[in-house]
Design a protein around this ligand. Structure first.
Ligand code: HEC
Length: 156
């Protein structure tokens, strides 16, 4: 009995990757998942968009209450995968900057960070599923240039 119990205890504490479904509940019940999403945002987006998500003049527009964050996930995923080249209007303000592609990250990581920005700061947009990122990545596989606002607005 005892060795079997100990064995089970060990496998439960094994810090394996949380299943993808945990990212679809938000805030996730698992504090580790939430922390991971926050850390991932911090290392992959916050240098430009800032930890508070309000952006920085001349560097990046705000994510907080941005229509691009809260609107079509199809557009948001495209921005994350291939980047974005201005001009673009965010919350009524024009920007003429360039965001580099983030497609080097895995689908699940992109889904996690996009869900984070859609649910942080009082946001209540729907979570982004890893499978949706996979589909968009496949559909845009030939893309090399960053997106423009005009192109994104044609995407539903
Ligand atoms: C190297 C700086 C940089 C990084 C890193 C970066 N962005 Fe951006 N992002 C920008 C810039 C600059 C723009 C505006 C580009 C333009 O003028 O067309 C932008 C635009 C956006 C937009 C559309 C406009 C808005 O503000 O809503 C979204 C959404 C976005 N970024 C999300 C992200 C997410 C999510 C990450 C992390 C995975 C990220 N960005 C990482 C610089 C960056």
């Amino acid at each position: 009995m005892r060795p079997a119990l100990r064995l089970r205890g060990r496998s439960q504490s094994n810090q394996a990757r949380p299943p993808q479904s945990q990212f679809l509940r938000w805030p996730p019940s698992n504090k580790r998942v939430l922390r991971r999403a926050g850390i991932f945002f911090f290392i992959s987006c916050a240098a430009c968009h800032q930890p508070h998500g309000l952006g920085l003049e001349g560097l990046a527009p705000p994510l907080v209450e941005s229509e691009w964050v809260l609107g079509s996930e199809q557009r948001l995923i495209r921005i994350a995968l291939h980047g974005l080249r201005g001009p673009i209007t965010v919350k009524g303000k024009p920007y003429q900057l360039e965001m580099p592609p983030m497609g080097v990250f895995e689908d699940e990581q992109i889904a996690t960070v996009l869900t984070y920005v859609r649910r942080e700061w009082g946001h209540a947009a729907t979570p982004v599923a890893s499978a949706t990122v996979t589909k968009v990545r496949e559909a845009t596989a030939k893309r090399e240039e960053p997106w423009t606002e005009a192109e994104l607005l044609k995407v539903p």
